[in-house]
Design a protein around this ligand. Structure first.
Ligand SMILES: C[S@@+](CC[C@H](N)C(=O)[O-])C[C@H]1O[C@@H](n2cnc3c(N)ncnc32)[C@H](O)[C@@H]1O
Length: 165
């Protein structure tokens, strides 16, 4: 499986021991923290420098792609999702958890106010929702959950064996 934007490797202890994990991140500093965490956990994880918008892997080479709190930081999240679709095998799963644009107007208003600052200071986008792009295919959404205020979303989408969007 592939984790995109693996960061400091906070998800590494969640993966079953018999799964081969590849993690990519744009930041060498994050990767070195993830390497230290993998070592602490005694996990052999293939951690590589890489850009979610232009993955260096062959098409249809992973059964599962995981992304948590990273699509909000990738400059072109739509391109990242196209790349995820490309590297997933037919019937493979995209599993994601992101902070997203809330469907509730008062929460969204606060997000709208904070977004320019957060984008400028942290390159963190508050008004995105990966589902906008995932829905365009080639995925079938199997599970979708939101937090009570609607700004945390998690889901599972299965890649269909049709042409890429
Ligand atoms: C908020 S952190 C989340 C890290 C981890 N996924 C987690 O849940 O703890 C966002 C991560 O996305 C990475 N990132 C940002 N843009 C990226 C890109 N274009 N390609 C790969 N990783 C990227 C950042 O370097 C950072 O490690």
């Amino acid at each position: 499986m592939l984790e995109i934007g693996v960061g400091t490797g906070r998800n590494l202890d969640r993966y079953p021991a018999d799964v081969h994990v590849v993690g990519i991140d744009l930041s060498p500093a994050m990767l070195s923290l993830a390497r230290a965490r993998a070592q602490e956990l005694g996990r052999d994880v293939d951690l590589q420098l890489g850009d979610a918008q232009a993955l260096s892997f062959a098409s249809e080479s992973f059964d599962t792609v995981v992304v948590t709190l990273a699509l909000c930081a990738v400059p072109d999240d739509h391109q990242a999702i196209r790349e995820i679709a490309r590297v997933l095998r037919p019937d493979g799963c995209l599993v994601w958890l992101e902070h997203v644009r809330s469907p509730f107007a008062p929460v969204r208003l606060v997000q709208r106010l904070l977004d320019p600052l957060l984008v400028r200071l942290e390159a963190d986008h508050l008004l995105r929702d990966p589902i906008d792009h995932i829905k365009q295919g080639p995925f079938v959404i199997e599970r979708l959950e939101r937090s009570r205020l609607g700004y945390i979303e998690r889901g599972v989408a299965r890649r269909q064996s049709v042409g890429l969007a």
